[in-house]
Structure formats: structure tokens, C-alpha cells
Design a protein around this ligand. Structure first.
Ligand code: NAD
Length: 283
């Protein structure tokens, strides 16, 4: 029987800590503001944006909503970002992805000031992570580090296998585990011996983006299993990239879906906003 890593509880603890810190900073005259930009009205994006605004309100962070029409041009969006970059009242800028096809996401990400890039997607922040310098880190992998640390799971010296090499999850995840002194293997769609590599992992982090792909045969006895996937199954129930009921009896620790990695992403976004405010206001 595995220990269940309770992401709901850990994210609630982090939000509570941030709420207290924000209240303390407000008393000495510092307030925090996040600008959230959404282009178009993709329903999934609207849900994510709504949840981010709710988390801001809970913690005491002001949120400025920019709900732009689908036909907004890249130039118009870049002009808004530039205006927010210059605005001292705004500490964090988040542009909800994906953007409509006529807008170049890379150009938009690069236009956000690295000091306000609370998503941690700007090339300068990614580069800082690679060379071990201070910078914002992508929220989902940063949240996974918190799940491991707050569950008292040792990382140093462990063999960590990360499945997935996306810019948002897999790559920053591998770099963070390396920073924590794990021995890291990164697997991806061209990996030929996935099962063999995964079954050597002390810590297996699954961000393959395929519902219920990883079963017990990929998992070593006593491994820690982190499931990043979020999908709806044929019965419209949430499921992950891991076949939970098969893997759980073999694992020492496991994250459920829902209630594992998912809630951590917003908690770490809030954390990045507070960090942005603290460094800009030198508090
Ligand atoms: P992605 O589709 O960009 O990346 C998937 C990765 O898996 C790719 O790098 C690919 O090389 C690899 N892959 C695909 N097939 C493979 C195979 N057969 N063998 C080995 N590797 C293979 O997805 P992503 O954005 O990195 O997200 C991964 C999952 O995590 C998705 O299910 C996504 O919904 C979920 N996600 C969750 C959160 C959260 O907050 N919990 C945040 C981001 C993403």
C-alpha cells in the first residue's frame, strides 16, 4: 500500500502560508498585483483563468483581467504586455496559453519582462534554471518538488526517470531534479526501452500526456510515482497518465488524479507572484 501524496492539502498549506505573508507585507505598505491576459474564449482556458483569479482573491493578491477578443492581433497583444512591463503596480504577467494560431507564442513569451514572468517560460528564466541561477520556474514542476519535499521524500542520489520533454513540464522537471542532486534520465517519444528505464526509477515522474499509459510493469517495487497527466476518461471521469489501481500497490508514494499534482500548479503560480513582488519592492 502506497502513501498517498495529498496535493490538495499541500497546496492548501502553501496558499495559507502565502496568505499570511501577503497580509504581513500589506501591513508594511506592499501589495501584490497579477495581470492575467486571455485571448479568445477557449472554455478550458476560461476555467484555468477563473481558478487563478479565485486563488489571487483568496491570498490577497490583486488580479487585473485582460479578456481580449479572439481577433486581437499580435501587435495589440505585445503593446498591452509592454504597457504592463512598464507599470510598477503590476508584479506578475500571465498570458494564458494556448494563444490563437495567428499569434506567435514564442514572441509573446519573450516579450514579458523576465522579472514579471511568473509562469517561468521566458528564455532568460529557463536559462537561469539550466545554470543554477535564481529565476522563475515553471509552476507544475516547481509544485512537484514541493510535493516531494513536504512529503519528506529524499531526492539526492536517487535515480529519477522523467517521462516527457515538453518545455512546460518534462524539461524543467528534469533540471529541477538535477538541481536537487538526483541522477536523472529523461524519456520521450523516441525512447526505445521505456519500460526498462522506468522500472529502474526510484522516483518516476510521468508527463507523457496519454491517459492511463503507465501500468505496474513500468514501476519498481517501492518507487515514488508522480502522475502529471490530467484527462477525462470514457465516463468523463478525471484520470492521469498512470493506471493508479495497478501501480498504487507497488509504489511507496503516489499522487492521485485528481488531488495530486493538479492543485500545486496554481499554488506555485501564487508563490511566484509573491516572490516577484518581494524582489521588485525589495521587501
Ligand atoms: P506534451 O504532450 O507537450 O508532452 C508529452 C511528452 O511525452 C513529450 O515530450 C513526448 O516526447 C513524450 N511522449 C509521448 N509519447 C511517448 C512515449 N510513447 N514514450 C515516451 N515518451 C512519450 O504534454 P505536457 O504539456 O508536458 O503535459 C503532460 C501531461 O501533463 C498531460 O497529460 C497534461 O495534460 C498534463 N499537465 C498537467 C498539469 C497540471 O497542472 N497537473 C500541467 C501541465 C500539463
Amino acid at each position: 500500500m502506497a502513501n498517498i501524496i495529498d496535493g490538495k492539502q499541500i497546496s492548501a498549506d502553501i496558499k495559507e502560508e502565502l496568505k499570511q505573508e501577503v497580509a504581513r507585507l500589506k501591513e508594511v505598505g506592499h501589495s501584490c498585483c497579477l495581470a492575467v491576459i486571455q485571448v479568445g474564449s477557449d472554455p478550458a482556458s476560461s476555467v484555468y483563468v477563473g481558478n487563478k483569479k479565485k486563488a489571487c482573491a483568496y491570498i490577497g493578491i490583486e488580479s487585473l483581467a485582460y479578456e481580449l477578443p479572439e481577433e486581437t492581433t499580435e501587435e495589440e497583444l505585445l503593446a498591452i504586455i509592454e504597457q504592463l512591463n512598464q507599470d510598477d503596480h503590476v508584479h506578475g504577467i500571465l498570458c494564458q496559453l494556448p494563444l490563437p494560431k495567428h499569434i506567435n507564442e514564442d514572441r509573446v513569451i519573450a516579450a514579458i519582462s523576465p522579472e514579471k514572468d511568473v509562469d517561468g517560460f521566458h528564455p532568460q528564466n529557463v536559462g537561469a534554471l539550466v545554470i543554477g541561477q535564481k529565476g522563475f520556474v515553471s509552476c507544475t514542476p516547481a509544485g512537484i518538488i514541493q510535493l516531494l519535499k513536504r512529503s519528506n521524500i529524499d531526492i539526492a542520489g536517487k535515480h529519477c526517470v522523467v517521462i516527457g520533454r515538453s518545455n512546460i513540464v518534462g524539461k524543467p522537471m528534469a533540471l529541477l531534479m538535477l538541481r536537487e542532486n538526483a541522477t536523472v534520465t529523461v524519456c520521450h517519444s523516441k525512447t526505445s526501452n521505456l519500460k526498462e528505464l522506468c522500472s529502474q526509477a526510484d522516483i518516476l515522474i510521468v508527463a507523457i500526456g496519454k491517459p492511463r499509459f503507465i501500468g505496474a510493469e513500468y514501476v519498481k517495487d517501492g518507487a515514488v510515482v508522480i502522475d502529471v497527466g490530467i484527462h477525462r476518461d470514457e465516463n468523463n471521469k478525471l484520470c492521469g497518465d498512470v493506471r493508479y489501481e495497478e501501480v498504487e500497490p507497488k509504489a511507496s508514494y503516489i499522487t492521485p488524479v485528481p488531488g495530486g499534482v493538479g492543485p500545486m500548479t496554481i499554488a506555485m503560480l501564487m508563490n511566484n507572484c509573491v516572490e516577484a513582488m518581494k524582489s521588485s519592492d525589495l521587501c
